[in-house]
Design a protein around this ligand. Structure first.
Ligand SMILES: NC(=O)c1ccc[n+]([C@@H]2O[C@H](COP(=O)([O-])OP(=O)(O)OC[C@H]3O[C@@H](n4cnc5c(N)ncnc54)[C@H](O)[C@@H]3O)[C@@H](O)[C@H]2O)c1
Length: 377
């Protein structure tokens, strides 16, 4: 069996998760890493045999089958279009890029090359979010009436918390919405099979200025006392009302400043037959609500879920599967597309990434115009 030659660009938080997932799947060999900071040290730490400080050199010399783009959002457009034009399949991190124009170009280049183009909306691939989708597809939930939930984090709670995501030049026009709201909306649309058609949003920026550490100890327990005061333009927190194509109503609260919520996603889907609830805080269980009988908890167990979901479960019941496993499931589906172009695509493509970019743009417009804004197809 062919082992794909894989290159990784960026090995901060998420690049290392990609490395681990590719290795667990066993279908690719990671032949090189590109890193801007200490490429040699990072490659050694991850046991990657070759390293570069320029992604173009890696793509030009390493005969890659797949490149994983795990760098800040401002780099995604140039890196992915370069790779595709050189004949390399691409898995790019979310959000897809910074602007609709960049996104449209990425979709155009992907279409022209016919290569695999994927965005890492991995939340689609938790066994129990996949099972939610299957139950809805089979009609068990009935007509969908409402879809609601949250994506909450606290890593930007203090005014001394700073990261590249705060700067629109790196992140794009929205921050919390692009960074984690895009995940929630992709999940809600994928699970329900319904498109969002209209949005209304309210934003809040609690820290009007932030203290950017000048001695590079962001994310550390240690506190710096050398700061630059930065005026903040992007939102810490967003409330979004949603309307779906079937008339269902929805809402999402998206925040990076809720104390104690480290990475909490909730998704409720309320239907005419039953209601479903899933959360990352208990991600191996799916709550199923009934009006006329006891509620149920469906536990991740290959012997209990629908047939389609079994492929997303690696271990027997009672053995937890979480964040890294969702990446593994997503990458398995994506790599399969290299060989089998006709296999149904369940992962997010660049077209899906562009759709999320457009929805985030409309959310931004709604906040600034104080109006409901329609989302075009
Ligand atoms: N799917 C998810 O759940 C998820 C989670 C976290 C981050 N992300 C996405 O992944 C991307 C990276 O986020 P992160 O949290 O890992 O950031 P990070 O800051 O931890 O890591 C980014 C890395 O990229 C490197 N880098 C920057 N520019 C580069 C360049 N031109 N060439 C080579 N290396 C370069 C940096 O040195 C750094 O090591 C972002 O787009 C983010 O939105 C996705």
């Amino acid at each position: 069996m062919k082992k794909y030659r894989v290159g990784i660009i960026g090995s901060g938080f998420i690049g290392s998760v990609h490395v681990e997932a590719v290795r667990r799947l066993g279908l690719g060999e990671i032949v090189a890493l590109t890193e801007k900071q200490d490429a040699k040290g990072k490659a050694e730490a991850l046991y990657i045999p070759d390293y570069f400080d320029d992604y173009k050199k890696m793509i030009d010399t390493k005969e890659l089958d797949m490149v994983h783009i795990c760098t800040p959002n401002n780099t995604h457009h140039e890196m992915s279009t370069y790779a595709l034009k050189k004949g390399v399949n691409v898995i790019c991190e979310k959000p897809m890029c910074r602007t609709i124009e960049e996104g449209e170009d990425m979709v155009k280049v992907a279409k022209e090359t016919g290569l695999v183009n994927a965005i890492n909306f991995h939340n689609r691939f938790y066994p129990m979010t996949y099972e939610m989708k299957e139950k809805i597809k089979m009609g068990q939930v009935g007509d969908i009436w409402s879809v609601h939930g949250v994506y909450l984090q606290d890593w930007l709670f203090h005014d001394t918390d700073y990261n590249w995501r705060i700067d629109p030049a790196f992140s794009g026009s929205t921050r919390a919405v692009a960074d984690i709201g895009s995940h929630w909306i992709d999940l809600a649309e994928t699970v329900t099979g319904l498109k969002v058609v209209e949005v209304f949003a309210d934003f809040a920026t609690f820290h009007k200025t932030r203290k950017k550490s000048l001695d590079n100890i962001a994310f550390s327990k240690e506190k710096s006392d050398i700061y630059e005061e930065i005026k903040i333009e992007s939102e810490d927190h967003a409330h979004i009302l949603l309307r779906f194509e079937n008339g269902a109503v929805g809402n999402a609260v998206i925040s990076q400043v809720v104390a104690g919520r480290k990475n909490r996603i909730t998704l409720n889907v309320d239907g005419s037959e039953e209601a479903l609830f899933w959360t990352t805080d208990d991600l191996n269980n799916l709550w199923i609500g009934h009006r006329d009988s006891s509620n149920e908890i469906l536990t991740k167990d290959p012997s209990l879920v629908s047939n389609a979901t079994i492929k997303q479960i690696a271990y027997p019941g009672g053995h937890a599967e979480g964040f890294p496993d969702a990446f593994k499931n997503n990458f398995r589906a994506i790599y399969k597309s290299i060989e089998d172009k006709s296999s149904p695509i369940e992962y997010a493509t660049f077209a899906d990434g562009l759709r999320e970019m457009k929805i985030c743009d409309k959310i931004f417009e709604s906040y600034h115009t104080n109006k409901w804004v329609k989302v075009d197809e």
